[in-house]
Ligand binder design. Sequence first.
Ligand SMILES: Nc1ncnc2c1ncn2[C@@H]1O[C@H](COP(=O)(O)OP(=O)(O)OP(=O)(O)O)[C@@H](O)[C@H]1O
Length: 615
Amino acid sequence: MSAEKQTHGFQAEVSRLLHLMIHSLYSNREIFLRELISNASDACDKLRFKALDEPSLLESGNDPAISLRIDKEAGTLTIADNGIGMNEEDVIENLGTIARSGTEKFLASLSGDQKKDAQLIGQFGVGFYSAFIVADRVTVESRKAGTDVSAGVRWESDGQGEFTVEAIERAEQGTAVVLHLRKDAREFLDDFKIRQVVNQYSDHVAFPITLVTPAEGDDEEKAETLNSATALWQRPRQEISDEEYQNFYKHISHDFQDALSWSHNKVEGKLEYTSLLYIPARAPFDLYHREANRGLKLYVQRVFIMDDAQQFLPQYLRFIKGVIDAPNLPLNVSRELLQDYGPVQKIRAALTKRVLQMLKKLGNDEEKYATFWSQFGQVIKEGIGEDRDNQEAVAALLRFASSNQPGKVATSLDQYLENKPAEQDKIYYLLADSPSAAENSPHLEVFRKKGIEVLLLSDPVDEWMVSYLDSYKDVKLINAARGELDLGEETDKADNDNPLIGRLGSILAERVEAVRATSRLVDSPACLVLAEDQLGPQMRRMLEAAGQPAPENKPVLEVNLDHSLLQALAEMEEGERFDDMAALLLDQAMLAEGQLPKDPAATARRLQELLVRAL
Ligand SMILES: Nc1ncnc2c1ncn2[C@@H]1O[C@H](COP(=O)(O)OP(=O)(O)OP(=O)(O)O)[C@@H](O)[C@H]1O
């Protein structure tokens, strides 16, 4: 290691995050202590894990522990641990950069509005850098477990764009973070305050946290343990308060908003494990990033094994946070081994069911469920295609906009089944590009007239999702805008022998598969209908966005022969004007679907001519 003190610049994203954090988190500033204690606790976890292979790392008398030391004279608060520690390379990497992909984009999305940014930064997770909310200088001294006393390192920064790194001798392994507190953060030199914050946020930490108050006057140095230091998930449920559960959630998730709900279970027998799973109240910024961290914290007999163990839940439940402690797994279990390990597959199946039950139960609380759905609804939809074994349970979690409840996304498939008349044997839905396009679609006219509810789907994933969902509780799902519509006996017979149908058909032959009389429309003159097996516009766009050619398919134009426009057309002679009107009829049906006519300039010309004549 270099003996000289070296100066490094923070990665640009770090500087920006620091600046934003100091300004937006001021009113939440005590979270810095939770974050630094969390890091210390993680470092102790990692040491214990490493000591499984190298027991000498846990030298006698060196049980993992965390200490807080107040020095009123120097104006410092020190958070120290004897955990895994860091070397020079580690500190430069860990305390000088942010390695999460998408960070730049995330930071660009912050608005400068303190309140909104505080929320967003919570989504990001603040971590070590939160030290600068209360400190105008931070010194970190560390030595990696298992290295020589001379391999210590000191990192120091005022958070203004640069940090220094130098080699030091350090007797203890592990890390000490020394906060030189800002003048307005001196309250954290008060042992009473520290006790209160630790009790509030970090009581559940599984390693002892001691508060050391230096000798003062005749009083000797005092060390007092502040927490019970047992793994929270190992304690009986009835002894754990909601507040403790919420604080533990924040500890493992780095979120600073409460979780919506949790489930804590101990399963005994051959496949023994304890799980504590949380549903967050908001999505992390990188929910859709492929490389984002996800998964549970894995422990084996309370020994931390790994973060982000993804194998215990399917992809579409990647937003669940929590801990799994499986005492019968081998301590040396690796990510690769987890992949195909029989017991893990079984735990995964059981945890998946548990989460689905938890979500079902959350559905009883309309307000909380609305929050959940707005954050994670899209991801749950992935489960319809991904988890065929649990498809019905996943489908029960879906919420839709509905023709019966405009403007609200709150109708479940069960509610739909409950609302529908007994003789209706189908669930109808409509796909559109936006909620308003769905609500105003001409396809709804006949359903409205007959009082039949239609679910309105306008998320980009919806077409993909319903392609996997044929039926729910044995009732078929039917696209209201596809194929020939059969609304039972009540459907009025359409007159396809009308000569106008043939005339329109021959003029529009290049653009449509066929023209036919409709039973779908009441107020509109025409609409487009896709055949059952044709690709819809959402899937078409998804394919095109992925650079794949989408097969060409022509829609059917259905026309409302009772409409005055069609009646007027029937009276018109053959000729250019009739052809233009036929083309416009098709163009406006496309517009009503949110599609652009193939030749917009020609449409504009025809419209102009029509307007001139009308005026
Ligand atoms: N006390 C410590 N001992 C050892 N390593 C530490 C300690 N504190 C921080 N680190 C290292 O620095 C890294 C960055 O810490 P930071 O708190 O910023 O992020 P994080 O804990 O990885 O993520 P987040 O807090 O966003 O979940 C940690 O991943 C860890 O490797």
